[in-house]
Design a protein around this ligand. Structure first.
Ligand SMILES: [Zn+2]
Length: 109
């Protein structure tokens, strides 16, 4: 098997396992390709089957982990979640990101 075959197979593998909606919040459509989403911190173990979540949920997990020293992740058994624990922070970050993008676009004009 040459390297191009391996590459094709891994692409096919990726396409098969991309659910349409984020499995954590069941609200946000996942992006294609899969790597444009966030790898859930619940599935980062060496033997875990990787599960991707939407980027706001990825940020939510990052803050869950940060605030609790790694012990506070909402486990997959509690998915889909009612609401994100850190939605306020996520909203603030999104606004700041939008401002940054707008400023960069203005510089290009
Ligand atoms: Zn989500």
């Amino acid at each position: 098997m040459d390297s191009s075959t391996i590459c094709m197979e891994s692409k096919g593998e990726n396409m098969r396992h991309v659910p349409r909606l984020c499995p954590r919040c069941k609200r946000v459509p996942l992006r294609t390709p899969q790597v444009m989403n966030s790898l859930s911190r619940c599935t980062r173990g060496i033997d875990d089957e990787h599960v991707y979540v939407c980027n706001p949920c990825g940020t939510d997990e990052a803050f869950e982990e940060y605030h609790t020293g790694g012990a506070g992740l909402t486990p997959m058994i509690n998915w889909p979640i009612e609401s994100r624990v850190n939605q306020d922070i996520i909203d603030v970050l999104q606004v700041q990101y939008d401002i940054m993008l707008t400023e960069q676009m203005e510089e290009l004009l």
